[in-house]
Design a protein around this ligand. Structure first.
Ligand code: NAI
Ligand code: MG
Length: 353
């Protein structure tokens, strides 16, 4: 046939990752039939079990295996008996850096049936575009005079013109397709070398793209997100600022279980990676009650990236429809199991919701 074919590496990982990822795979397979594409899933049993058996989170040639995929769908990694820096630096960070996934994209939206901790009922609908491979999270620096009175530590933030330009361009393009407004998170009043440089480059890129740019100091922006989240559409931020803002914005929308994220190489030279924001949740792992919405939404972002925007939109409206009808997992105050929720979504897909 002439069906479009996508190769996706699946890394369910640990804990509830192994429960929510199959839910996402099931929905995508269901969509594939009606939207005329096929997905070849390459299951990778990597993570903490792999570490216990082989002393590493993934095989030595793991990145090479992933390199030929069109996308990577990840659940979560982490377990109480293995230090979190081992699990993070053994799998997630190498994938992000090796595959130059320089955009971390976190959409945050009020969903039906989910209450914000804020008193205001104004709907939230924003996207945090976080720089994902440079900035404050650099390996440049050192620690001197360890254990002596003159001990000190230095860590250099690294901002390259290439790095700032490309993240600004991605954010400006996204803003142009949405409200035409872009907020740049900065701190150029206090951080006097890198942040004025960030401001300058972001302003150049935004100017050329025709979006309306607003430069907001990070502290004021944090306050504004809490006070007037509805006034925010697309935010572009450095690695550290974006990390903090995306958790803040996610919390305002109401639940960790529904938040998705994408690690993108927009040039498509390397595969991009899609994952729910939540971790492996050892406290509820194995109980079959995890909320699959974060994984489903991440899968929708993946479909979008793979050039299947209609299927992506259908998936999002299907889980929104199920939530609006009052079906919810326990974290949202409902009684549905992962399986029951997913079955309701598949049904909604059939009904064209
Ligand atoms: P977590 O996100 O796993 O859990 C936090 C709380 O939210 C728990 O009470 C959990 O039950 C609940 N929760 C999370 N996702 C849920 C879902 N889909 N449905 C229902 N309830 C949900 O964060 P935590 O506890 O800090 O970390 C646990 C492990 O996960 C650690 O080893 C950590 O390193 C790892 N982790 C991995 C991430 C990744 O792979 N990207 C991200 C965050 C944490
Ligand atoms: Mg974080």
């Amino acid at each position: 046939g002439t069906a479009r074919r996508h190769v996706v590496d699946v890394v369910p990982g640990d804990g509830i990752g192994t429960e929510v990822v199959p839910a996402a795979v099931r929905c995508v397979d269901h969509l594939a039939a009606s939207f005329g594409f096929t997905v070849e899933w390459r299951e990778r049993a990597w993570g903490c079990d792999h570490h216990r058996a082989h002393g590493r989170m993934m095989p030595v040639d793991g990145l090479e295996q992933l390199a030929s995929a069109d996308a990577i769908l990840l659940g979560a990694v982490g377990a109480p008996d293995i230090p979190d820096d081992v699990t993070l630096w053994g799998l997630l960070i190498p994938i992000r850096r090796e595959f130059v996934q320089y955009v971390n994209l976190r959409p945050v939206r009020s969903l039906p049936g989910i209450r914000s901790p804020l008193r205001s009922e104004a709907p939230i609908d924003l996207v945090v575009v976080r720089e994902n491979v440079e900035g404050e999270y650099s390996e440049v620096g050192g620690r001197v005079n360890r254990g002596r009175p003159g001990e000190f530590a230095v860590q250099e933030a690294v901002f390259t013109r290439t790095g700032v330009e490309r993240i600004a361009r991605f954010a400006a393009d996204l803003a142009r397709r949405r409200s035409g407004r872009l907020i740049s998170a900065t701190k150029s009043n206090g951080i006097i070398h890198t942040m004025p440089f960030w401001d300058e480059v972001v302003a150049e890129v935004a100017g050329a793209s025709g979006v309306r740019l607003e430069k907001v100091l990070i502290d004021a922006l944090a306050a504004r997100l809490v006070l007037r989240p509805e006034s925010v559409d697309v935010i572009v931020a450095s690695n550290l600022f974006g990390d903090i803002l995306s958790d803040l914005a996610g919390a305002l929308a109401g639940s960790i279980g529904v938040a998705p994220s994408a690690n993108l190489d927009p040039t498509k030279t390397y595969p991009s990676m899609f994952e729910p924001v939540h971790g492996s949740a050892p406290d509820i792992a194995g109980m079959g009650i995890a909320n699959p919405v974060g994984a489903l939404w991440a899968a929708a972002m993946m479909l979008d990236h793979l050039g299947e925007p209609a299927a992506a939109a259908r998936l999002v409206s299907a889980f929104e429809h199920v939530l609006r009808a009052g079906t919810a997992t326990r974290d949202l105050g409902g009684t549905a199991s992962t399986e029951e929720f997913t079955t309701a979504v598949v049904q909604a897909l059939d009904e064209g919701a």
